[in-house]
Design a protein. Structure first.
Ligand SMILES: Cc1cc2nc3c(=O)[nH]c(=O)nc-3n(C[C@H](O)[C@H](O)[C@H](O)COP(=O)(O)OP(=O)(O)OC[C@H]3O[C@@H](n4cnc5c(N)ncnc54)[C@H](O)[C@@H]3O)c2cc1C
Ligand code: FES
Length: 274
């Protein structure tokens, strides 16, 4: 069993948990993920490792309550345990430290959680990092103070202008590039539509961009094919080949189509809890 050491509600839909998981915390790197189950009948839920503390044997997960299993998880408290906490899974984020001096991260909503360990690691390696964090409104902007600890600039954008600039992260990105800011690399993590739109901007300026894909996963070990994505015309399995890929090569439309396959079943499950 994997004990929850700490629970923090970040906003009405997003929860942070520190979980005791010595095997994972000893081996994980930025960009990898875990698959958790609440109990032995539970669904397997992939979640990015948002942070880890090798001395305390703990791993931080940050999740948005979107459906049946994340709602069950939200009901757990510090002192409760997960039945499974499997990882680290996937590839560490592919950094090119010899080529990157300035990197810009772009996060949409809960995408700030998977972006955080990547920018933190780059900063520890001496890369100058800045971040644009976007949310529907002020309440949905998470981790800004944590990014401030190592980012040169933290830009905030909200759809309604209740915090930072009004508009989308792509508006800020375009503005920064047009004002003459130069970056060697971009990392965008958030909803598929947001990553697709970020890439539409960065492609114009040939600013190479990594994205983190979150297709539906089942086993997380490359066997079921559930997480199939097309990258550069080739089939990849996000769980073992990713989850980070070259954003210029990802077929986003296919990803979005595949992600909506089980909408009806997901809705029915959620109704059972309400
Ligand atoms: C590698 C990876 C890392 C992820 N990291 C995070 C994270 O750090 N924080 C976070 O909030 N979310 C993350 N997700 C998404 C998270 O796994 C889903 O939100 C969760 O599985 C939803 O389950 P549910 O039963 O609550 O919702 P459901 O009602 O079952 O589904 C709601 C939506 O969640 C997605 N989803 C459902 N089941 C799965 C599944 N088995 N695998 C992937 N997506 C699924 C689908 O888009 C679906 O439409 C990640 C997904 C992947 C693949
Ligand atoms: S989740 Fe089964 S192959 Fe990736």
């Amino acid at each position: 069993m994997y004990k929850i050491l700490k629970k923090e509600v970040l906003n009405q839909a997003v929860i942070l948990m520190d979980v005791e998981a010595p095997y994972v915390s000893a081996r994980c790197e930025a960009g990898q993920f875990v698959i958790v189950r609440v109990d032995d009948e539970g669904e397997r839920i992939p979640l990015t490792i948002a942070d880890f503390d090798r001395e305390k044997n703990s791993v931080t997960i940050i999740f948005q309550v979107v459906g049946y299993s994340t709602k069950l998880m939200a009901g757990l408290e510090a002192g409760d345990s997960f039945c499974d906490f499997v990882g680290p899974l996937g590839q560490p984020a592919p950094f090119e430290l010899d080529k990157w001096n300035r990197v810009i991260g772009i996060a949409g909503g809960v995408g700030a959680a998977p972006l955080y360990p990547q920018l933190k690691k780059l900063s520890e390696e001496g890369v100058e990092v800045s971040v644009i964090i976007g949310g529907r409104s002020a309440e949905f902007v998470i981790l800004a103070e944590k990014f401030e600890q190592f980012c040169k600039n933290v830009y905030i954008m909200t759809d309604d202008g209740s915090l930072g600039g009004k508009g989308f992260v792509t508006n800020k990105l375009q503005e920064l590039i047009e004002s003459g800011e130069k970056y060697d690399h971009a990392i965008a993590i958030g909803p598929l539509i947001m990553m697709k739109n970020v890439v539409a901007v960065t492609k114009k300026y040939d600013l190479h961009t990594a994205v983190s894909l979150n297709p539906i996963m089942i086993d997380g070990t490359g066997m079921c094919g559930g997480c199939r994505v097309t990258v550069g015309g080739e089939t990849k399995f996000a769980c073992v080949d990713g989850p980070d890929f070259d954003g210029f090569l990802v077929d986003f439309d296919e990803c979005m189509h595949r992600q909506s396959f089980f909408k009806e079943e997901e809705h029915e499950c959620m109704m059972r809890l309400s």
